[in-house]
Write a protein that binds this ligand. Sequence first.
Ligand SMILES: Cc1cc2nc3c(=O)[nH]c(=O)nc-3n(C[C@H](O)[C@H](O)[C@H](O)COP(=O)(O)O)c2cc1C
Length: 158
Amino acid sequence: MSIEKNELRRVMGHFATGVTIITTISKDGTPYGLTANAFMSVSLEPPLLLISVDKKAESYPYFEQSRVFTVNILRDDQEALSRKFAVSGGNKFEGVAYHRGANNVPILEDTLAHIECRLYATYDGGDHTLYLGEVLEAQTREGKPLLFYRGGYRSFSE
Ligand SMILES: Cc1cc2nc3c(=O)[nH]c(=O)nc-3n(C[C@H](O)[C@H](O)[C@H](O)COP(=O)(O)O)c2cc1C
């Protein structure tokens, strides 16, 4: 007997994570992005990381189309930005400060870090697809991380 969907979501919510916005582009360079916490470091040589994208997400087709994406790790004052990118569709980039990276993908301003990737491998993950990205460029900034735990945004206290 397999676990019920809401129960699995509840249990997995006990694993505290940071919050990212993963950005990508369509063939004509239009920016797309979604809030994501399914993100992990995988390999140092070659430098690889993993993300998991819902096949029903509007931004889903553009990861394989462009074969480039950027992981933007959010700061604790970027909860509103996270909420904006967690709503499906529309022009999420209107009023959002960003510049284009070397891969032409949007890098959001004032995040804790960003990691520019090119698609290295793709794996089926049920209702999601797992994208392994090869890291091209990365940069960090000062600040504290935005956290997500048991279905709510949290902040880090030292
Ligand atoms: C904290 C948080 C983490 C999320 N993590 C993921 C994730 O790892 N992968 C994913 O596909 N969606 C994730 N989502 C849901 C997407 O952000 C949401 O479905 C979004 O509307 C997709 O946008 P799109 O349809 O415009 O591409 C997460 C949402 C929140 C609030």
